[in-house]
Design a protein around this ligand. Structure first.
Ligand code: C2E
Ligand code: MG
Ligand code: MG
Length: 237
């Protein structure tokens, strides 16, 4: 779980779930390695359902302890066809007695662009359940702005390649500032991912970016470590 920092209020009430595989022989396997494998072997749908259910179980546990968080979960291109994701998610929401407002589903620009029409249908059905939607890795795919306007999304995540070496005068600065402004004009919230430097954070604040995520704030943590981090950051602020 990686904290997402609300830049306007300066606190954390959101996190992104990032999957880890602790393999008995190979040690820690990165999702960059096993997600493509799961896609190739047709196991992505069941993996996604596992992630969603585990995320919901964790949210319900935190709710019980008075920690009310909004959790972002990554879904893959394969989830936009092959199973009725919205129906399955609805069942799980009931089972864990969660409000759909506690969930954000992230989908990359390139996954949406693989089958735009089909993606639109699935995203709309998820949105109809009350789940918020986010475009991940924005700026690296090939979606047109016309396409973006048609999607029922509430959030854009600017890809970390634009954030990493952010300074006031670089080309990235122009892209990031313009993306923030465009998103706000479209009524979308903006997240900057991969924030590693204090300087970038200050610029993002100045440009009214809504949310920042990155190693500067915290690396992804286990549920227990995340909870401890959150309590500590709330006490010290
Ligand atoms: P993503 O969703 O764009 O997640 C952001 C990635 O950037 C994560 O890598 C995160 O650990 C890393 N990151 C966060 N802050 C920083 C930073 O400041 N600097 C740098 N260099 N990196 C940072 P991770 O966890 O290895 O995940 C990689 C990708 O794997 C994710 O990219 C996502 O596309 C995919 N993934 C992870 N978990 C899941 C999952 O449960 N389901 C699906 N379908 N995909 C997942
Ligand atoms: Mg993501
Ligand atoms: Mg990303």
């Amino acid at each position: 779980y990686q904290p997402k920092l609300d830049l306007r209020h300066g606190h954390v009430h959101q996190a992104e779930a990032l999957l880890r595989w602790q393999h008995p022989e190979f040690g820690m396997v990165s999702p960059a390695e096993f997600i493509p494998l799961a896609e190739r072997t047709g196991s992505m749908n069941s993996l996604t359902l596992w992630v969603i259910e585990e995320g919901m179980r964790q949210l319900a546990e935190w709710n019980m302890r008075g920690l009310h968080l909004q959790l972002s979960l990554n879904i893959s291109a394969d989830d936009l066809h092959g199973h009725d994701l919205a129906a399955r998610v609805s069942v799980l929401l009931q089972r864990y007695r969660l409000s759909a407002e506690q969930l954000i589903f992230e989908i990359t620009e390139s996954a949406i662009m693989r089958h735009p029409e089909q993606a639109l249908e699935v995203l709309q059905s998820l949105r109809d359940c009350g789940i918020s939607l986010s475009v991940d890795d924005f700026g690296t795919g090939y979606s047109s702005l016309a396409q973006l306007q048609r999607l029922p999304v509430q959030e854009l995540k600017i890809d970390q390649s634009f954030i990493r070496n952010l300074d006031e005068t670089s080309g990235d600065a122009v892209i990031v500032r313009s993306t923030i402004e465009m998103s706000h004009n479209l009524g979308l919230k903006v997240v900057a991912e991969g924030v590693e430097q204090e300087r970038s954070l200050r610029l993002l604040e100045r440009w009214h970016c809504d949310t920042a995520q990155g190693y500067l704030i915290s690396r992804p943590l286990t549920a227990t470590a995340f909870e401890a981090w959150l309590l500590k950051s709330r006490i010290s602020s």
